[in-house]
Write a protein that binds this ligand. Sequence first.
Ligand SMILES: Cc1ncc(COP(=O)(O)O)c(C=O)c1O
Length: 371
Amino acid sequence: MTLPLSDLETPVPVVDLDRLGRNLDRAASYASRHGLALRPHIKTHKSPRIAQEQLARGAVGLTCATPFEAEVMSGVCRDLLVAFPPVGSPRAGRIAALPDDVDVTVALDSLASVETIGEAARAADRRVGVYVELDLGMHRVGVPVVDDAIAIARAICARPPLEFRGIAFYPGHIREAVGAAQSAKLETLSASVGEVIAAFDRAGPHPRVVSGGSTPTLWNTHEIRGITEFRPGTYVYNDRTTAEIGACSWDDCAFTVLATVVSTAVPNQAVIDAGSKALGREPMRGSDAAGGFGALLDRPEVAVASMSEEHGILDLSKTAWRPAVGERVRVVPNHVCVVVHLNDVVVGARGDAVETTWPVAARGRGYSIDV
Ligand SMILES: Cc1ncc(COP(=O)(O)O)c(C=O)c1O
């Protein structure tokens, strides 16, 4: 007997399985067409089940941000990158304590973190691969000066069981619409990557892996000089921001929050049971045209204009549609990764039929504090 979506209590996160499958297939075939290693970032789905789908389609390994993500993903993958500075002995210790048969790599940008992960690796008597992270425009983490990056790479080479494997960068500063505006920034990025590789090849250890990539730049990754590996995360589900900049179409948005209209009492608006605790409070990134905190899948012109914790206020000014109390809507969030992380379980549906559910297993930090 099939369970219709209309029987579910709301708000509830729903993944369209057909769209998810298409998104996974498209990125996998792009990677193989361009000879690029796909190492998807699992921070978007945090689910071993979807990770397995990515690996089955040819992903070389997975990217994680937190020790807990790596621990959960070690159950399904033997090749993990923790793309976050391994600072502090609790964090470094957890990374070094991953199962022995997991080939683990970290990305870092300081000599201090080389020391920390080096000590943890020695104590655990395990090899840990290292990418040196460079700042190529995002100004978040990463060494801005290539000579300093080379000095860190040399320090890694001098500290077995650490193993220098390459360089990493994240082009999170490129959020322009796909096309001319993005191409100009991509060209600048590409030139910088080329210069970094040349400097390493002249003076430092050879970076076997050049790891970058994001969802906004996904389909133009091959234009980045020297890149060997890319790490998109959002592409599995996509979201309103990704569609707005043209890195996916609206029909590629696989994740929505199913919600119910609970009030139309105040004229010219409708209130749904999805507020900031269901949708997050993420602004649109890289686009100032569309405001609000999400938009309806079937009526993209209707945005969630404002929110309380449990209330979302739909702006009806751009539509003649006037919903009735009890009507169901599906909201495409601005930034899907944060919304996934608000939930314990996600529903997988085909059309209007619930087919499956899965836990957001790597949600949270996964530590207990015993006092
Ligand atoms: C280091 C790193 N790599 C890859 C990604 C994936 O990028 P996107 O979410 O654009 O797919 C992220 C996202 O935050 C990241 O921080």
